[in-house]
Design a protein around this ligand. Structure first.
Ligand code: FAD
Ligand code: AMP
Length: 479
């Protein structure tokens, strides 16, 4: 039986980070991955690289460039003449990006000495892993430590079963070969809004059907309001309090039934995207005596250091509690590898940034003003609109704002919430500030280059104590 120090099951962001870090630390490491890519060949990188973060961003960036050229270039003196979209070319370029990056993971495995095993894994008792290669018979491997990183898959809902190329999940929505005239999306979550943005920019009439009465209830309320307003202006028809109850494919179209405050309705779409969330993936993964337990949501049950209840087995990424985000899984993967090697790192779950890659982008870290107040905490809030940023104005990109929430007594930054241009990048500054337990004043005392969008974070931090320079103070707190 082949023996390793560490076997990682799954080569998504959580698993491949765990495997590479373990190998860097001198541990004899194997990573088992069963994904077959679009080309029919085994690939590494998991959901994130193959059908998640990367392909969605490739299409978001391409469609944003098109929409900018169509809707805003003339405003800055660039005349384009006729503009058109070649959807198959856009999809094919997206595939090239995916291929480059998944190949990169294979290369990193090779250069770091990770044994890459293509096929599926099943965990048996006592850290024995049954490995079945794509083209061969099962064998047994054993390891001192096993890391479960099997990720997640889209949730399906009984009223709307997937139907080839008409009713699709997020994976299918990255493959349309033409712009649907009318596109229905079930779920106004992060994935629904990002995919809706892609196809709306390219010309679809997009209707988003969301069961909840509030838009993005987890966001800071002010940021959520601004985001809904901006997406509405772009033509996304987001209908809240609307529960989808069924769908019937009729030829090339799909008839969708839904219920809202006014009763039952029916509408016809050319395509329907089911984007109602993701669930942990553990199908066929555990033998009955593997010793690993799940929680009520089907997530592998782990402690704060990602240890399961079975000795020597840990689990990381989407398959365990916490936000289903690639970077959260990456940090967990690195943490478990380092803990296996005897180091003592921990993941700071209070500083996990969230991003929605719409335009404007939405990004946040820490707690919202409403969450703090609901917990009885007294907070000061500073805000700065991008409309008052010289750089945003120069870039013709002024929608949105930044909001800093700080403890009223200690001034410590408790949360930063943004909607605006490039805030997926700006949020890193807030994450660093919070990691270093910065006060709003510390941020205010830091020098930011001019003219940059980052200055808006500086100004929002100054606004906490009423000292922002480029905006009228809401309420002056200190002289
Ligand atoms: P996964 O990436 O799901 O990888 C798990 C891997 O395990 C898979 O490759 C699977 O084949 C393999 N596996 C499972 N079972 C077995 C087995 N028994 N044997 C062998 N291999 C197995 N997150 C962000 O942070 N930013 C974004 O912008 C973002 N955009 C997204 C857009 C879309 C459309 C989607 C769908 C997701 C997006 N996400 C984003 C979420 C992100 O993709 C996930 O959080 C991330 O991929 C989770 O990483 P993971 O390693 O835990 O699992
Ligand atoms: P997320 O979990 O962030 O990806 O968001 C998925 C969204 O889909 C949630 O806001 C759910 O309320 C929504 N949702 C789930 N089922 C339905 C349904 N049948 N009709 C409309 N919205 C739904």
């Amino acid at each position: 039986m082949d023996t390793y120090d560490v076997i990682v099951i799954g080569a998504g962001p959580a698993g491949y980070h765990a495997a590479i870090r373990a190998a860097q630390l001198g541990l004899n490491t194997a990573c088992i991955e069963k994904w077959i890519g679009k080309s029919g060949k085994p690939v590494f990188g998991g959901t994130c690289l193959n059908v998640g973060c990367i392909p969605s961003k490739a299409l978001l960036d391409a469609s944003h460039k098109y929409a900018e050229a169509r809707d805003h270039f003339a405003e800055i003196g660039i005349m384009t003449g006729d503009l058109s979209v070649d959807v198959p070319a856009m999809i094919s370029r997206k595939d090239d990006v995916v291929t480059k990056l998944t190949g990169g993971v294979s290369a990193l495995f090779k250069s770091n000495g990770v044994t890459a095993l293509e096929g599926s894994a099943k965990l048996l008792a006592n850290r024995v892993v049954e490995f079945t290669p794509h083209d061969g018979a099962a064998s047994q491997l054993t390891a001192e430590h096993v890391v479960i990183a099997t990720g997640s898959v889209p949730v399906d809902i009984p009223p709307c079963p997937l139907v080839d190329e008409v009713v699709v999940d997020s994976t299918g929505a990255l493959e349309f070969q033409a712009v649907p005239k009318r596109l229905g999306i079930i779920g106004a979550g992060v994935i629904g809004l990002e995919l809706g943005s892609v196809w709306a920019r390219l010309g679809s009439e997009v209707v988003v059907l969301e069961a909840l009465p509030d838009f993005m209830p987890a966001l800071d309320k002010q940021i959520a309001r601004e985001t809904a307003k901006q997406l509405g202006r772009q033509g996304l028809d987001i209908r809240l309090g609307t529960r989808v109850t069924g769908s019937t494919v009729k030829g090339d179209t799909v008839e969708v039934t839904f219920t809202d405050g006014d009763g039952d309705h029916e509408e016809v779409f050319d395509k329907l995207i089911v984007a109602v969330g993701r669930k942990p993936y553990t199908e066929g993964l555990f033998a009955a005596d593997a010793g690993v337990n799940m929680d009520e949501g089907g997530f592998v049950f782990v402690d704060e250091f990602c240890n399961t209840e079975a000795p020597g087995i840990c689990a990381v990424g989407d398959v365990v509690r916490g936000p289903m985000l690639a970077h959260k899984g990456m940090e967990e993967g690195i943490m478990v590898a380092e803990r296996i090697a005897g180091h003592k790192p921990a993941v700071n779950y209070d500083c996990v940034p969230g991003v929605i890659y719409t335009h404007p982008e939405v990004a946040w870290v820490g707690r919202s003003e409403q969450e703090c107040k609901a917990a009885g905490e007294d907070v000061n809030v500073g805000m700065f609109p991008f409309a008052a940023s010289g750089r945003a104005l120069a870039s013709n990109d002024t929608d949105g704002l930044i909001k800093v929430v700080a403890d009223a007594e200690t001034d410590r930054v408790l949360g930063v919430h943004m909607v605006g241009p490039h805030v997926s990048e700006l949020i890193a500054e807030a994450v660093i500030a919070m990691e270093f337990e910065s006060s709003a004043e510390d941020l205010g005392l830091t020098m930011f280059a001019h003219p940059t969008l980052s200055e808006s974070l500086h100004e929002a931090a100054l606004a906490v104590s009423g000292h922002a320079i480029h905006v009228a103070p809401r309420k002056r707190r200190k002289k």
